[in-house]
Design a binder for this molecule. Structure first.
Ligand SMILES: [Zn+2]
Length: 229
């Protein structure tokens, strides 16, 4: 990261996504990560509210030493960063949505910098496009003062993000859309170059396709050209 910062001369931060325990989050702080996501319920889906709040508070306290931003959510967040074949059962998913009252209580109890909201976003890519509840997002935005993040951004129609950014989302996590570009392009170049065993020589095209996805998201989020020198 430090090398890249020097090379490109712009601000960059490194994020520890979904650290499953307080110990892992603190290891990330010690290693110099500027953003720490502590996700206690990811490792333990049935963690109690008290366990989650207590663990998250410990990370918030530890992060004061380095100034890192701490992100968390009050309960387990659905999906996994992969390509899913099943349709999304929104009636089930809705039960895990954030509420403005729940968000406010969690932010106040923990002192986190970034609240990971659940408004229809879920990890992974699904056969049908995702649907975000922007009205709920507006109400969450009005209830809390800290940053809001949206995990599980892959496979979401662009207009939702354009609106979400206007409402005040400052961090969107995308993974599966990049993984899909990586794998599909890799399969394509391998099929086209059956006698090449130095696969590293085929990677330029793969990297370019992933880069296109990243650039399209940066544009979609209105972040293009905004990194400070
Ligand atoms: Zn995530």
């Amino acid at each position: 990261m430090d090398n890249y910062k020097q090379q490109y001369g712009i601000e960059m931060y490194i994020n520890l996504d979904h650290s499953p325990s307080v110990e892992d989050a603190i290891a990330g702080l010690d290693a110099g990560f500027e953003c720490i996501h502590i996700d206690i319920s990811q490792a333990k889906h049935d963690a109690t509210d008290e366990e989650i709040i207590t663990g998250t508070k410990k990370v918030v306290e530890a992060a004061k030493k380095t100034g890192a931003l701490v992100e968390a959510e009050p309960h387990y967040f659905a999906g996994s960063s992969n390509v899913h074949q099943e349709v999304i059962n929104y009636e089930e998913i809705k039960k895990t949505f954030s509420t403005p009252e729940g968000a406010k209580a969690f932010v106040e109890a923990t002192g986190i910098d970034t609240y990971a909201a659940a408004i229809g976003n879920l990890h992974g890519h699904y056969p049908l496009p995702k649907v975000l509840d922007l009205d709920l997002l507006r109400r969450i935005r009005a209830a809390i003062d800290c940053n809001i993040s949206l995990h599980g951004g892959s496979g979401t129609p662009a207009h939702y993000f354009v609106e979400a950014v206007k409402i005040g989302v400052t961090k969107v996590n995308i993974n599966s859309d990049m993984r899909i570009a990586f794998r599909n392009t890799l399969e394509q170049v391998l099929a086209q170059n059956k006698t090449e065993y130095a696969v590293v020589k085929l990677m330029d095209k793969v990297i370019n396709e992933v880069q296109k996805v990243v650039e399209s998201k940066i544009d979609m989020f209105g972040s293009s050209g905004r990194a400070k020198p």
